[in-house]
Design a protein around this ligand. Structure first.
Ligand code: CO8
Length: 258
């Protein structure tokens, strides 16, 4: 499919999606979010893709929702179009793992998009923020909810109320990102992490995504019960037999996603 605001490169089981609106610091507009939803759904359907990496430029992962697109909209327009709502829901329905590789600004909707991925690898240049408060609005695609769950109420309130930016070191120390790497190595590190994931059984990586995400939707007891059932159900797969046999035989597993 031909896209204008993103670039999709498929290799070795990985779909690398690069946000590509350089003149607007990858600000998220309707076209970009629509194309992104199309691209991740295509990767999710593809038999060849086992992991997705989402990245931006050196200067910006994404500097927020496109303020110029939103500025003149009325409540009725926002409500009737469910602005960004449908595209976000489509992104969140993807069942394969998605890694966000963030360099530079991840602000507003850009920070929210990174948090919608399964984990974030940050360059040492990354800056996260929810500065919507400076525009007289608040986060609108999950920022108040996800950031609060990830970093706790106090820091989330601080970020949303003051609109300040958080650097990569702070983001790692509070659990917003999984690791920080030198900016020049960001893409390689993210692709290497994706490569490791792509080597596993897709059935198991999808089960991990599903089950970890359950932790944010249910009680601890229900979540543990869900995990137990998922664990048990993987014993219906050939990949479980292969994975355990390969350990005992001291060889690399050959997973077939069966
Ligand atoms: N929207 C539109 N254009 C943008 C955005 C944006 N969010 N961010 C940057 N740009 C544009 C600039 O307007 C500029 O374009 P031009 O040259 O035509 O004026 C170009 O990108 C380069 O930007 P700057 O010259 O400003 O670059 P600087 O390096 O000086 O500054 C900053 C970088 C600090 C990132 C600065 O651009 C900035 O503050 N951007 C806005 C950040 C922001 O407020 N983000 C939050 C937006 S609101 C939001 O995300 C709501 C999400 C929820 C939506 C939910 C819908 C349901």
């Amino acid at each position: 499919m031909a896209y204008e605001t993103i670039i999709v490169e498929n290799s070795d089981g990985i779909a690398l999606i690069t946000l590509n609106r350089p003149d607007a610091l990858n600000a998220l507009n309707s076209q970009l979010l629509g194309e992104l939803a199309d691209a991740v759904e295509e990767a999710d359907r593809s038999d060849k893709i086992r992991c997705i990496v989402l990245t931006g430029s050196e200067k910006a992962f994404a500097a927020g929702a496109d303020i110029k697109e939103m500025a003149d909209k009325s409540f009725v327009e926002m409500y009737r179009s469910n602005f960004f709502g449908a595209e976000s829901d489509r992104f969140l329905r993807v069942r394969k793992p998605i890694i966000a590789a963030v360099a530079g600004y991840a602000l507003g909707g850009g920070c929210e998009l990174a948090m919608m991925c399964d984990f974030i690898i940050a360059a040492d240049t990354a800056k996260f923020g929810q500065p919507e408060i400076n525009l007289g609005v608040i986060a609108g695609i999950g920022g108040t909810q996800r950031m609060t769950r990830f970093v706790g109420k106090s820091k989330s309130m601080d970020m949303h109320l003051t609109g300040r930016f958080m650097n990569a070191e702070e983001a790692e120390s509070c659990g917003l990102v999984s690791r920080v790497v030198p900016a020049k190595k960001l893409r390689d590190e993210a692709m290497s992490a994706a490569g490791k994931i792509a080597e596993k059984s897709l059935l198991a990586t999808m089960a991990v995504k599903d089950t970890v995400n359950r932790a944010y939707e249910t009680t601890l007891a229900e979540g543990i019960n869900y995990e137990r059932r998922m664990f048990q159900s993987l014993f219906a797969t050939e990949d479980q037999a292969e994975g355990m046999a390969s350990y005992i035989d001291k060889r690399e597993p050959q997973f077939r996603d069966k």
